[in-house]
Ligand binder design. Structure first.
Ligand SMILES: O=C(CSCCNC(=O)c1cc(-c2ccc(F)cc2)cc(O)c1O)c1ccc(O)c(O)c1
Ligand SMILES: [Mg+2]
Length: 214
């Protein structure tokens, strides 16, 4: 009955997933996105790449730009070590409202801080608001034309340190050509492309992993 896609997704989670079981929550969303209604979650295929990069980094403090319904928020939070935190930024209040409920249903709310607002305004406030020195890991999955300005903002605000890993979704589809140029041509990043497919689709997409060199 939910009138918006996020609400219908939440219903699918409440109907098909087990409360407190993060894996069942993102699996229910994947089933919905693949068999009911395409949805812009990072998805199961690119999700495995996200899992492996995240496990390798094992961040104490992670940032996600673009929460949407919280699919990748739950995927990331479930892999965080005790005491580690994920801050996720969402511009759209309707998306944020559903994401909060999906994050709580998965039982990962103690690891996650969801902040509503434009990333460009929130990034400069991260240090003072959350007492952050720098991020260990950043997942970019918001407006594709915000990837470059927000990466530059993270640099300028001193929120990246030697070894911080940036992982960007959709660098092929819808595409973030300026971002690829930026991280691949900059001497301050070591970049690598992980070829995959657009969520629930045969169209090529991929993730770009870029290590900040300081
Ligand atoms: O959508 C937004 C911006 S945030 C989501 C960014 N993510 C994407 O746009 C995104 C898009 C695609 C994709 C879409 C169509 C295709 F044909 C192919 C691919 C895939 C992804 O994995 C993505 O992450 C927003 C809408 C309304 C608001 O009112 C607001 O505030 C925000
Ligand atoms: Mg995406």
């Amino acid at each position: 009955t939910g009138s918006t896609q996020p609400q219908r997704m939440l219903e699918a989670v409440q109907k098909n997933a087990t409360k407190g079981d993060p894996e069942s929550v993102f699996s229910a969303i994947d089933y919905y996105g693949r068999h009911k209604e395409w949805a812009m979650n990072v998805g199961d295929e690119k999700g495995l790449i996200l899992d492996s990069v995240l496990t390798e980094v094992n961040p104490s403090i992670a940032l996600e730009l673009g929460t949407y319904c919280g699919y990748s928020t739950v995927r990331i939070a479930r892999l965080l070590s005790p005491g580690s935190k994920l801050i996720t930024v969402e511009f759209n209040p309707a998306f944020a409202a559903v994401a909060r409920q999906i994050i709580a249903y998965a039982g990962v709310q103690d690891k996650v801080t969801l902040v509503e607002g434009p990333s460009g305004d929130l990034i400069p406030k991260m240090k003072e608001r959350f007492g952050i020195k720098s991020f260990d890991f950043v997942f970019l999955d918001h407006w594709k034309d915000r990837y470059v300005p927000d990466t530059k903002l993270l640099e300028d605000c001193g929120l990246l340190r030697k070894g911080t890993v940036l992982l960007a979704d959709n660098v092929i589809c819808p595409g973030a050509p300026e971002y690829l140029k930026y991280v691949r041509n900059s001497p301050r990043y070591e970049s690598r492309y992980f070829k995959s497919n657009l969520e629930y689709s045969k169209v090529e997409d991929g993730l770009e992993k870029s290590v900040f060199l300081g």
